[in-house]
Design a protein around this ligand. Sequence first.
Ligand code: 9MR
Length: 378
Amino acid sequence: MGKFKYAGIKRSLFTATKLSLLFAALFIIAAAGGSRQTQRTLQSTSPFPIGAAIDPGLLQHNPAYRHVVETEFNSITAENVLKWAGVHPVADRFDFTKGDILVAFAQDHNKRFHGHNLCWYQYNPAWLRSFNGDSLAWEQLFKTHIQTVVAHYKGKIESWDVVNEAFHEDGTLRVEDTNPADNNDDGCIWARHLGKDYIARAFEYAHEADPNALLFYNDYNEEISPAKLQAIINMVKDFKHRHIPINGLGLQMHININTPQAGITEAMRQFAATGLQVHIAELDISVNPKSDTAITYSTDLQNRQAGMFAFVVHQYATLIPKKQQYGITTWNVGDADSWIRHTYRRKDWPLLFDDNYAPKPVYDTVMNVLTAVKAGRR
Ligand code: 9MR
């Protein structure tokens, strides 16, 4: 009996120890979970929306990528799937499958969705390039595409890049290919077939399809091409004068560590003065603009990149009036996904997350600037 009693005490002691261990473990897990939940992220820190260009394949199949998108960003831009070749692959059929995946994800996770784009000189399907029709048929094609896509996402996509990259660096409109020998058409199929006022009509067609969507014009190099910047400002003035429904400007900001900062300030100042929404729409900061094959991501390069990220975020927060801050979107999530590596086939590390989606030191820099601007310490 005594033996049993002793055994009983031992058992209850053992059980108590086990229980306290269990509670301790639960406490640690809860604390860890709690701290994870309360951990600061870009979206919880930023005073304006903070986004990324997203690929549905990575989102569906790469848990680390998905985790970063879920936790860090509150705005999503479709990197490619809503472009003509993505959404309208054959003449008589639209394919919304991939766009729908992204939009459903955004809705499920309470994130804003920015549509990119309704009209561009690039990324057009082969059938479009060989489309044969008079100007009326081209106009019909253009209008039907814009209105079908915008209507499909009415009420789900808050804003659109209606027209993307319509101007050359010298401020002239892209029309003809400037160098037919280089096998790279930098002219614009739309300007050729629809005439120079196609941009205004694109905005009107989009507005008809969803009067509540915010409509953006989006372009790159405004910070280094004053003539292009001026052409965009002139276009906005003209649109306002003619009551063309434009709500915002996308300043893509594919820049590098050597981009002159005065140009960035000037572009932001001029965009702010339009009174429109201003979206830093495709931010990345290359550390290897000269495509050096022997380059490493040295501390020096990381520091210079961090300085440039800090400058951009700080300038945006201070030069763009609060009610015009549509947010900052980075173009892709991790360095390995960056279009820069794929397009230029070079080593580069232009983003806030590394190849494995871990935040880089430059992420901390951006967090510090966001914290300071949110607190009003500019
Ligand atoms: O990141 C996009 C890349 O995957 C595509 O191959 C490319 C097609 O030309 O477009 C890239 O995104 C571009 C964006 O749509 C418009 N501004 C420039 C971006 C980088 O080229």
